[in-house]
Design a protein around this ligand. Structure first.
Ligand code: NAP
Length: 218
């Protein structure tokens, strides 16, 4: 989920910190322009994989990369979508799509990366959850449920594999200024200005938490 918003900002910060990157998202043009800019600015190697992670074949391609590219040391599970409508106004098919991307895809990508990390005794997974995980009344309840899954799943990875050299951080952003809100059916202008973080501040705070060894960063 690296073509915009939080994921693109992680890519920017990680490239500047010296990481080579593999960027995954659906929007081919946006990924290509973004990757070109990052290469020019940072001199890092930046590959792109155009993939709709909700599509089984596309997801399988990304899983294969995670399983076979032994240079991968860090996975950022960021692709996700939200909704703001309450239960009686929301379409169950869209809820299912959200569960697929926010829960099933994140789970499969984590399963693809962790065996290699475990055999090397090193590797980091950053899972993007949300404060909605702790406050299910904030937005759509299915969204909150998907993000609660990400929190619990991440805590369980730390429990099972933390002693084996695997680092996991679960990030629970509050309201952050990205396209997420428009796509979720609630324009960000409808939120009180004082609770909305610029996306750069959000990612910098989360990376500071990672550096300090936090498991959960809110
Ligand atoms: P965003 O700007 O909409 O970014 C979502 C990213 O995910 C885009 O790069 C999008 O790229 C990618 N993506 C979406 N569906 C995809 C799919 N099927 N396959 C591959 N890539 C896909 O929103 P954001 O705010 O940065 O959201 C990122 C994460 O932060 C989400 O998990 C969200 O739940 C979480 N979060 C956001 C906020 C907030 O206030 N913004 C707060 C808490 C948590 P393409 O469209 O090119 O595929």
């Amino acid at each position: 989920g690296a073509s915009s918003g939080i994921g693109a900002t992680y890519a920017d910060r990680l490239a500047k910190a010296g990481y080579d990157l593999i960027l995954v998202a659906r929007n081919e043009d946006r990924l290509a322009v973004f990757a070109k800019g990052l290469i020019a600015e940072t001199g890092r190697l930046v590959e792109t994989i155009v993939a709709d992670l909700s599509n089984a074949d596309d997801l399988a391609r990304v899983e294969t990369t995670l399983k076979t590219n032994l240079a991968i040391t860090l996975l950022v599970n960021n692709a996700g979508l939200g909704a703001s409508a309450p239960l009686l106004q929301s379409d169950v098919t869209k809820m299912g799509d959200m569960i697929t991307l926010n829960v099933s895809v994140l789970t499969r990508l984590t399963y693809a990366a962790l065996p290699a990390f475990a055999s090397r005794g090193a590797g980091t997974v950053i899972n993007i959850s949300s404060v909605a995980a702790l406050s299910p009344g904030l937005l759509n309840g299915v969204y909150a449920g998907t993000k609660a899954f990400v929190l619990a799943f991440s805590q369980s990875i730390n429990h099972e594999l933390g002693a084996k050299g695997i680092r996991v951080q679960v990030v629970l952003p509050g309201a952050t200024a990205t396209d997420f809100w428009n796509k979720a059916g609630m324009p960000i202008e409808h939120l009180p200005k004082g609770i909305v973080m610029p996306v750069g501040d959000m990612v910098d705070a989360a990376l500071a938490g990672l550096e300090q060894g936090e498991l959960v960063t809110i």
